[in-house]
Unconditional design. Sequence first.
Length: 436
Amino acid sequence: MGVFSSIKNFFVNSSDDSLDIEARPPIEKSSNERTVVFRESVNHVRYKSYALSIAISRIANAVSLCGFQTYIRGKPEKGDLWWRLNYEPNQNQNQTDFFYSLVHKMVYNSDGALVIQAKSGDLIVAESFTIEKYAFLPNVYSNIILPGGLSYQTKLKESDVIHLKYNNSKVKAIVDSVYEDYGKLLNDAIKNYKRGNAIKLKLLMDAQFDQFKEKDVLDEEGNVIGTEYDEILDDLFQKRFGAILSDKDSITPLEDGLTLSNVDATTGNTKSGAFTSRDITSIFDDIVNQVADAFLMPRGIFRGDVADNEGMRKSMIDDAVRPFIENIQTEINRKKYGKDEFYKGNKLKISTDLIYTKDPIAFANAAEAYLRIGVYCVNDILEKLGEEIIDEEWAWRHYVTKNYENINNAAEDIEKAVSNMMRALGRGEPSEKNST
């Protein structure tokens, strides 16, 4: 193996496997020529996917915490649809997994997510589908692929499916376009960090080492296959330098005329001149913030800050989660119940207040107010807290405090009080004019 071929292989083998490397073959005309290695820029899309996964997980988790309540003639009813939306949408997924798949498709697919209901009642999110859109006729869905690669052969009309589309369907395209620039910056920052922290050595060869060019190396048949100059350099780059660049202690012998020294390092991004990952972190933070803004999600909640900020929580639900909830609620009421049934009180209602009630202390004041004005009974509050209801008649009663007395009852109480006062003063019953 020639010396310059071995140098090329040394750099290629020690490089990052994820980088595309092109090497210009060595030219045998001059021993002074060196192989040039080019590295192409790589788009680190995994960072973008990571940020999108955070957004999808946060939204899906919030949706799964909501209360899905079905009603029959205006009264709560726990039937098959209630069970599927709260616990088991299909036999292979629980509620959390189902809504993650649903939100993922709504974000990544510009046409949204398609939910098919099997004959057994299972709700299944399609992997892919084709939609034929019409103006005055129902849309037609075809080429439907279900999980596991199952192809759904039948074409379905709009009324046969639950089609859920994120209001901001371009959010994925927006994130992609923004990331094109940030991805390049991130790639450069990673390369600079690796380059700045890499060991850079230069091998100095003086005239004393050139004497090895005159010493031929023969094969078993006595043919000249190279020189000791080439053989020594091959051994250096293939074996000895590996010990120097390893993280272990080592001693490497060098022939006379060879000297190793450090290459002058460029200044890093700190006062001491060292290279840190600060630039990479800053650019990644920008990517995370851009994704959070695209979903109208507070940056603090997106990043998992533990600071308790009621305003951020409210903004998260109203701006980021509610569009998904309203879409699901409207589409199911439209397709599963229809206008006539909806007017009869047969419907689905998705409540976001359960997201807050997971913290009993934070919900305590609101629960007391709801109970005091007769909105909730004791069992209603227990259900929202995820606790077991009390099987007693009094737990279903609704109460209203005296502070919220009916105006008609209050007028009767005033008239009785005035009448009693007049009799106590010996003036008899009050006249109609006086009582008024």
